[in-house]
Write a protein of this length. Structure first.
Length: 565
């Protein structure tokens, strides 16, 4: 390798490893398996989110080793390192869930720390669950070094009496049991077989949503977002990703060449077409912030007016991600969207080619498939992700309106100061048809951590109230949530947002047509209540939750912790 080409491929590692003064650095690497020839190679990190705390990530150690093989075979030197992951599914509905969104920042910070400290010239980042995926992407944006994201893959479905199951099946079974709609044995049968092995939650929940959005943005290899976690396709994807990083180095392509406003618009378009998670709004805003791309919640409204919902996937639809994989994944749909002028085909991707070039080789879906509707007959003509404003959300809020719930809901407020109190009321049968459940002080700072409300929303569905009850919160929703729900309400209650002064019995109106979230009171009454409101004391004064609360931005800005620096 010539010194000129070596400098091109080793812009960062040469500073750490080359020359007389760096002998101690080289000495530290011999014990971990380096040979003398390795020091002249591009140094490529493999950021692994492997952990045995969740099935989403339990297989990623194997995937990381496959990526390392791909790197080494392409002429680089791979070094695997770990970051954390947590499990939303396990901590959901508990105090521990407050650490979920915090973990996104910890993951991004830790990958940045290792890549920056070790002088890696590029890296592969492998994520398999809701927060480590955007965490990886935030790190990719911050470091701006040749990088490819690899998705750990979707789980295969559980099966009971010929019916497919997933984790949301269990959450909803809890509500069904509380309403005596199923027996204790039936609940146990569901919980014991719903999750059969490795992989991320099986519907178009947050993990599959973000994997699809990241591919649409150009940061993973074509159709890699629609692969089963346990498959030969995922193994090949990991090896190819390792080689792709070396190719990016050779071509001089950095993340800043791929990140663009158009790339984020592609991600939003694909998310909408798939009926994806509300969390995508929060995470795409955060990634854009790190990439220096101006993206706002209003961009979701602008794009949502022209992009239809096409995918009949859970939680609102009938099918699982594994079934979409079987008919060709998301690429045929993307090809249709491109043909309709709804995607920017000229965006550069990690293959070194444009999105349009990547899509050219793929075939259309098989005839008579029912999972992806044609553009001429969409499931919903406009986006299911509806940005609301109004006197209850002057800074914005995110509603998930599939169309099956209707477009408008007005009812009496049932006010709860925490998720746990709301869940207890739902399970005890104290929520009635026409109620609007208000869960507050669960925002980024007030929670802190902006917990997901999957337990309450699933309990509502399980009790058969999905079309009869609405829920609004300054917290978040799991990608598995469906029903008439509004989250991310800004300003949050802890910061004196109007949500803080809603009282039991007040009328709340959600109108997806006018995009309004309203407290039906005179402006003078609202002003008087706000004037009398007192900010509560922080719930944490030490540790990571306290640090997070003191730094985090509003949800409408992505709930990032380095805003304004």
């Amino acid at each position: 390798m010539s010194s000129k080409s070596s400098a091109k491929l080793r812009p960062h590692s040469s500073v750490v490893l080359d020359g007389l003064s760096r002998a101690p650095s080289r000495a530290m690497l011999y014990p971990v398996g380096y040979k003398e020839s390795d020091f002249a190679k591009p140094q490529i990190g493999v950021a692994s989110t492997w952990s045995m705390v969740t099935p989403c990530n339990m297989h990623i150690d194997q995937l990381a080793r496959e990526s390392a093989l791909g790197i080494d075979s392409a002429g680089g030197k791979a070094t695997i390192f770990n970051t954390i992951t947590i499990s939303d599914g396990i901590s959901m509905g508990t105090e521990g869930m407050k650490y979920s969104l915090v973990s996104r920042e910890v993951i991004a910070d830790s990958i940045e720390t290792v890549v920056g400290c070790q002088g890696f010239d590029g890296f592969v980042a492998i994520g398999g669950c809701d927060k480590n995926m955007p965490g990886c992407m935030i790190a990719i944006a911050r470091m701006n070094r040749a990088a490819v994201f690899v998705y750990g893959g979707t789980i295969l479905p559980g099966c009971l009496a010929g019916k497919n199951l997933d984790v949301v099946s269990v959450f909803e079974a809890v509500g069904q049991r509380a309403a005596d709609r199923i027996t204790s044995k039936e609940l146990h049968d569901v919980e014991s077989c719903a999750i059969p092995g490795p992989g991320s939650c099986g519907g178009m929940y947050t993990a599959n949503t973000m994997a699809s959005a990241i591919e649409a943005m150009g940061f993973s290899l074509p159709n890699s977002s629609a692969q089963a976690a346990v498959s030969k396709h995922k193994i090949k994807d990991c090896r190819d990703a390792g080689a792709a990083v070396i190719n990016l180095l050779k071509k001089g392509i950095r993340p800043s060449d791929i990140f663009s406003k158009e790339a984020f618009e592609n991600a939003i378009t694909v998310t909408i077409a798939l009926g994806g998670s509300t969390n995508s709004v929060l995470h795409l805003l955060a990634i854009a912030h790190s990439a220096g791309v101006k993206l706002t919640i209003d961009d979701f409204t602008r794009i949502g007016k022209k992009v239809p919902v096409l995918a009949d996937l859970k939680p609102s639809g009938r099918f699982l991600m594994s079934q979409l994989v079987e008919i060709g994944g998301i690429v045929p749909m993307m090809k249709d969207l491109l043909g309709a002028g709804l995607l920017h085909g000229g965006c550069l991707t990690v293959t070194g080619k444009t999105l349009k070039q990547n899509l050219a080789a793929f075939k259309p879906y098989p005839k008579n498939q029912q999972i992806i509707a044609p553009l001429t007959k969409p499931l919903k003509k406009e986006s299911h992700l509806v940005i609301l404003r109004g006197n209850l959300a002057p800074g914005g809020a995110v509603a998930k309106i599939s169309g099956k719930e209707g477009e408008r809901f007005s009812g009496k407020a049932r006010v709860f100061e925490s998720e746990e109190k709301a869940l207890t009321a739902i399970l005890d049968g104290k929520i009635r048809k026409g109620d609007v459940i208000v869960i507050r002080y669960e925002g980024p700072r007030g929670g802190p951590g902006m917990r997901e409300m999957l337990s309450p929303t699933s309990a509502v569905m399980g009790r058969g109230l999905g079309k009869d009850v609405a829920l609004i919160t300054d917290g978040r929703f799991s990608g598995g949530t469906h029903g008439f729900v509004v989250g991310h309400i800004t300003p949050e209650a802890f910061e004196g947002g109007p949500l803080a002064i809603v009282r039991e019995g007040d009328t709340v109106t959600i109108d997806a047509t006018t995009r309004k979230l309203s407290l039906d009171l005179p402006a003078k009454e609202i002003a008087a209540r706000l004037a009398g409101w007192k900010k509560p004391n922080p719930r944490y004064r030490r540790g990571v939750l306290a640090k997070y609360a003191s730094h985090v931005s509003t949800a409408s800005l992505g709930a990032v912790t380095d805003f304004g620096f």
